[in-house]
Design a protein around this ligand. Structure first.
Ligand code: FAD
Length: 291
């Protein structure tokens, strides 16, 4: 199918984009990589009257380190982030998560900002962003604001970004040396969206106990989310098999999955338990404390 007719404009600055969004509000849509928006328009699930193409905004295409964080411009391509030596060294969880997004051609066009705003609960970048406790910077007519994952993802394909706001930057932490990390997913075929995606982080104490655990799940609720009860079971502990199983159980129980074309809710919940345990084992091994 072809999309319904729309107007098109390609501004060159963030100020111009905000002015257009303020004038047209719900009628307008930002066009970034187009990898989610164009299929939606082609299926006529969305009929924006105006596309605001931000691909000329070079100022939003960057990756840089600022103290103990990485700053990633909202228009930076998924593939650029995946291949960045800085991201691989300082935040490998993100590179790994992105490597599961679709296929190379999609990652060459798709942007980190677009993936977060699209807010697919199975999306790998949203799930990793939750585990990393990242933040996004939004700019609108009233200035800028920072939004964390708990506030950002509202429900299926819906965020708290206002129609007049542009996502301009993503901020994720540099992972300290010795942090255990893992991203795993279950999907039918390589390149498919995750049936379940799991991102885990283990921040360790010098004595080998776990200072803080982060477990984020995608595909098993209307938004990606942190399994906080499971995280609490691990904090302050020397992690072994018993605790890993317990954390997996708790994380699976926290799922709020629904039956769909790909899998039943029950299957997703059971697999979430197994995937979280596997992911924790991998993260622990990467701390140098596990098997
Ligand atoms: C065949 C195929 C397979 C795919 N597989 C996966 C997969 O396995 N996992 C996965 O996570 N994704 C997958 N995707 C989606 C892909 O990751 C998209 O690139 C991503 O979801 C959207 O990024 P985009 O830059 O293409 O955004 P667009 O499609 O251009 O935009 C998506 C939405 O975000 C809004 N938007 C974009 N940028 C901004 C911004 N800076 N500020 C405000 N609003 C903005 C747009 O208005 C639109 O509503 C797949 C896509 C295809 C076509």
């Amino acid at each position: 199918m072809k999309p319904a007719a729309f107007d098109y404009i390609a501004p060159k600055t963030v100020e111009e984009v905000i002015s257009l969004l303020t004038t047209h509000e719900d009628e307008a849509k930002i066009l970034a990589g187009g990898q989610s928006l164009m299929p939606i328009m082609n299926f006529r699930l969305g009929r924006p009257g105006l596309l605001i193409d931000i691909n000329g905004l070079d100022e939003l295409d960057y990756i840089k380190q600022q103290d103990d964080h990485l700053l990633i411009g909202g228009l930076t391509r998924e593939r650029t982030v995946e291949r960045s030596p800085l991201v691989r060294d300082l935040c490998p969880l993100l590179s790994q998560a992105i490597s599961f997004v679709g296929h190379t051609a999609i990652r060459n066009r798709g942007t980190v900002g677009g993936s977060l705003v699209h807010a697919d609960p199975s999306g790998e970048i949203p799930t990793a962003f939750c585990a990393l406790d990242g933040r996004v910077k939004a700019v609108g007519p009233d200035g800028e604001r920072w939004i964390d994952p708990g506030e950002f993802f509202l429900t299926f394909l819906t965020t708290s970004l206002e129609p007049t706001e542009l996502l301009v930057e993503v901020k994720v932490p540099v992972l300290p040396q010795g942090t255990g990390w893992s991203f795993m997913e279950l999907s039918r075929r390589v390149g498919d969206f995750a049936i379940i995606g799991v991102a885990t982080l283990l921040f360790m104490n010098g004595d080998g106990t776990c200072r803080e655990a982060r477990i984020a799940l995608g595909g098993v609720a209307p938004t990606p989310f942190r399994a906080e009860e499971a995280e609490e079971v691990l904090a302050g502990q020397a992690i072994g098999e018993e605790l890993i199983s317990r954390a997996g159980e708790l994380a699976g129980e926290a799922a709020d999955a629904e039956d769909d074309y790909h899998a039943s809710a029950e299957y997703r919940q059971e697999m979430a338990k197994i995937m979280v345990s596997r992911s924790l084992r991998q993260a622990l091994a990467r701390t140098g404390k596990g098997n």
